[in-house]
Design a protein around this ligand. Structure first.
Ligand SMILES: *Cc1c(COP(=O)(O)O)cnc(C)c1O
Length: 375
C-alpha cells in the first residue's frame, strides 16, 4: 500500500522531476481531512462514508482518524477492508440485494443496519428482531447527474408496507433514500424528506433514523459545492416534516467526501489538430465520464518550454487501448500548443476513478503519489 511512501510537494514538481510515462494519481490527505471536517462539523447527524467511491486503505484510515466511525458497505470485501482499518467500525449494509451467503457473512461481520427495497429481500433476512432495517424508497429524480433510483428503491406505497412489516417482525424501522449523484440543489433532499415523514405516519411507525443518502456534490461545471446550504436545508426540512417525531439523521457521502483529494496526471502520447491520444481513458481513471459526460476540469502542464499561446481548440480525446470505444463521449477543449509528452492534470477525480480503474490492455493508473499539502 502507498501509506505515505512517496511524498511530493505538488503534482507539478513531481512530474517535472520524474517524467513518468504511466498514468498516476496524486492524493492529498490534507484535502481529505478538510473535507471530512466540513461534513463532521456541518452535518446535523451521523456521517458515514460510502466505501465504493474510493476504498483505498489510506482514504479509509484518514477518515477514521478524523472521526468517521460508520461506513456504508455493499459487499463482504468492503466490510473486510473497513474492519482492517477500524475493527470496531459500524457497518451499514446498504446494498439492498444480497445473496444468502452474503447475508451469513454479513452477520459474522456484525452488520448494524440493513437496507431493503422489496419484501422478498426482507423475507430473505429471516429473523430481524432488534436489527435496524432501513427501508429504501425512490421518487422521480430531479437535479441529479445520474439516476440512482433506476436500480434501487421501492415506490412509497410498497415502502409503507415494508415499514409495517419491519415493525411487526420486531425490527427497528428506519428510512433511507439516495437522491442521485452530484445534487447541487437542496431540493433533491427536501422532497424526499417530506415523503419519508408522510410514509412513517402512514405506516404508524416512529422512525429510529432517517438516512439521507449520498449525492452530495463535488465541483462540477464551475459550480462550487455549497454544503452548508444543503445541510441547513436538510435540517429545516426534517424539523418541518417530522416535528416532535424527528428521527436521528445519517448521511453517507461517497463522491462529495473524496473527489477533491485526488488528481489524475495523464501524458499526451500523440496529438494532431483534431485528436489527442492519452495514456489513460474510460477503462482507467476517466471511466465515469463514459456515463456522466466529458468533465471540464483539466490543466495542461507544459512547463519545460515556453508557454503556448492561450488559444483553445476542441479535440477528440482517445485513451490508450486498442478498443475503438476508448474515447471520451464529447471532445475536450484543450490548449492549442499541446504537444506530445505534455502532462494533463485532472483535479477533483477521487470518486469512482481509482475504484473503477481496470488493467485492460495493460494500462490503468496503479500508482498513487501522496502530496504533502493540498494541491
Ligand atoms: C453509492 C452510494 C452512496 C454514495 O453516493 P455518492 O453519490 O457518491 O455520494 C451512498 N449510499 C449508497 C447506498 C450508495 O449506493
Amino acid at each position: 500500500m502507498g501509506q505515505y511512501e512517496t511524498l511530493a510537494a505538488s503534482p507539478q514538481l513531481w512530474l517535472q522531476g520524474e517524467r513518468p510515462d504511466e498514468p498516476l494519481f496524486f492524493f492529498s490527505p490534507d484535502q481529505l481531512r478538510a473535507t471530512a471536517q466540513d461534513y463532521l462539523s456541518g452535518f446535523p447527524g451521523e456521517v458515514t462514508y460510502a466505501v465504493k467511491a474510493n476504498p483505498h486503505p489510506d482514504v479509509l484510515a484518514i477518515l477514521v482518524d478524523q472521526g468517521v466511525e460508520a461506513f456504508d458497505v455493499a459487499s463482504p470485501e468492503e466490510m473486510m477492508r473497513v474492519r482492517q482499518v477500524l475493527p470496531t467500525a459500524r457497518l451499514h449494509y446498504h446494498n439492498p440485494i444480497r445473496s444468502r451467503d452474503e447475508i451469513d457473512l454479513a452477520r459474522l461481520y456484525g452488520i448494524t443496519s440493513w437496507s431493503v427495497d422489496r419484501m422478498s429481500e426482507l423475507d430473505k433476512l429471516g429473523d430481524i428482531a432488534g436489527a435496524e432495517i432501513a427501508v429504501r424508497f425512490k421518487l422521480p429524480v430531479q437535479g441529479a447527474a445520474y439516476d440512482f433510483g433506476s436500480k434501487f428503491g421501492a415506490e412509497p406505497a410498497a415502502a409503507i408496507e415494508m415499514l409495517r412489516a419491519v415493525k411487526a417482525r420486531g425490527g427497528v424501522a428506519s428510512i433511507t433514500f439516495h437522491p442521485g449523484t452530484q445534487c447541487h440543489q437542496p431540493e433533491a433532499w427536501v422532497q424526499y424528506i417530506q415523503v419519508a415523514a408522510d410514509m412513517a405516519k402512514a405506516a404508524e411507525v416512529d422512525l429510529y433514523r432517517l438516512n439521507v443518502g449520498g449525492g452530495f456534490p463535488a465541483h462540477r461545471c464551475g459550480l462550487l459545492p455549497d454544503l452548508g446550504r444543503i445541510f441547513a436545508a436538510i435540517d429545516q426540512a426534517v424539523d418541518r416534516a417530522f416535528g416532535a417525531a424527528r428521527p436521528k439523521l445519517v448521511c453517507e457521502p461517497g463522491r462529495g467526501m473524496v473527489a477533491e483529494s485526488f488528481t489524475l496526471a495523464l501524458r499526451v502520447k500523440s496529438v494532431s489538430d483534431e485528436a489527442v491520444f492519452l495514456n489513460d481513458g474510460i477503462y482507467g481513471g476517466l471511466s465515469e465520464w463514459r456515463d456522466l459526460g466529458t468533465g471540464e476540469r483539466v490543466e495542461l502542464m507544459a512547463d519545460l518550454r515556453p508557454q503556448p499561446p492561450l488559444g483553445f481548440r476542441e479535440r477528440v480525446v482517445f485513451g490508450p487501448t486498442c478498443d475503438s470505444v476508448d474515447r471520451l463521449p464529447t471532445p475536450m477543449k484543450l490548449p492549442d500548443g499541446i504537444e506530445e509528452g505534455d502532462y494533463l492534470l485532472f483535479p477533483g477525480i477521487g470518486a469512482y476513478s481509482y475504484a473503477q480503474t481496470t488493467r485492460f490492455n495493460g494500462y490503468g493508473a496503479c500508482k498513487i503519489i501522496t502530496l504533502s499539502s493540498r494541491p
